[in-house]
Design a protein around this ligand. Structure first.
Ligand code: MF3
Ligand code: CO
Length: 262
């Protein structure tokens, strides 16, 4: 496993890509209201990406199961959909839904990848708790990441946060290294496994990870729908997903997918 360490210059490039991602995601957060379709959100993201001179990362990704490359610029996953939901005119947001939007771009050769889940209008308190816990897990990673710490130490805290709330960490999907490619080494799980303990990641200055906790309200099991993409919970209970692209720096971590002027 070869984990690329990025120079300060490269981190700046990644941050420029990340700020495009963040700007698009904050726009989509504003636009995600009852009556809006996920295809409309996709169109907004596509236009903003073009205007920023960036390339969407997800559109055209080959499907592992069949000949159907991912057709969207964003992944839009509603309620029991966990990740990789295909934007559609037929998916119209309704009050009480939870929506996960995942989005990435490449700008001047460097990638950014981020995701959020929000409630549409007023939502059930248990759904709100699911969002809060999943967001908290990402915050734990941001707070703990620093040179010299093992990833398993962080994953254990994230997993405990989820388990204490009575929810389930998804095990079939994990985070990843990111840089000049969307998916680079290492794999970044949100849970501790024997495999992780055997092949732990010792964080070093210049590592860049896309950390993306995925949490199910019910059981951890998931499956992929016949469209080849949409991942849903097996028990059809709700699922949430938050993601940031995060660099390990000398004094801790820097979130690269933030909406800020450089
Ligand atoms: N953020 C997701 C990931 O890290 C996005 C992949 S969606 C795909 O894997 F369409 F590109 F596959
Ligand atoms: Co990702």
């Amino acid at each position: 496993m070869a984990i690329t360490l990025r120079s300060y210059r490269e981190l700046e490039q990644l941050r420029r890509a990340g700020s495009v991602v963040a700007k698009v995601l904050s726009k989509l957060k504003e636009c995600a209201k009852p009556g809006v379709s996920t295809a409309q959100l996709d169109a907004i993201a596509a236009q903003m990406t073009r205007e920023a001179g960036a390339i969407p990362l997800f559109k055209g990704v080959p499907c592992p199961y069949k000949n159907y490359p991912f057709p969207g610029v964003i992944c839009a996953s509603v309620n029991e959909q966990l990740v990789h939901g295909i934007p559609s005119e037929k998916v119209i947001l309704r009050e009480g839904d939870i929506l996960s939007v995942d989005f990435g771009v490449k700008l001047d050769g460097y990638c950014g990848d981020s995701a959020f889940t929000i409630g549409i209008g007023r939502i059930d308190p248990q759904r709100q708790r699911l969002l809060d816990v999943t967001r908290r897990m990402l915050e734990i990673a941001i707070e703990m990441m620093a040179p010299g710490i093992k990833w398993s130490t962080i994953a254990a805290e994230m997993e405990a946060c989820c388990n204490n709330a009575g929810f389930s960490v998804v095990r079939d999907y994990v985070g990843h290294g990111i840089g000049t490619e969307m998916h680079e080494d290492p794999k970044v799980p949100n849970f501790v496994s024997r495999d992780l303990l055997k092949n732990d990641i010792l964080l070093k200055e210049g590592m860049v990870l896309a950390v993306e906790p995925m949490v199910n309200m019910g059981k951890e099991k998931v499956r992929t729908l016949a469209d080849g993409w949409t991942v849903v919970t097996q028990d059809r209970k709700c699922s949430a997903h938050f993601e940031h692209t995060i660099a390990v720096v000398q004094d801790g971590s820097r979130v690269l997918t933030l909406n800020e002027q450089l």
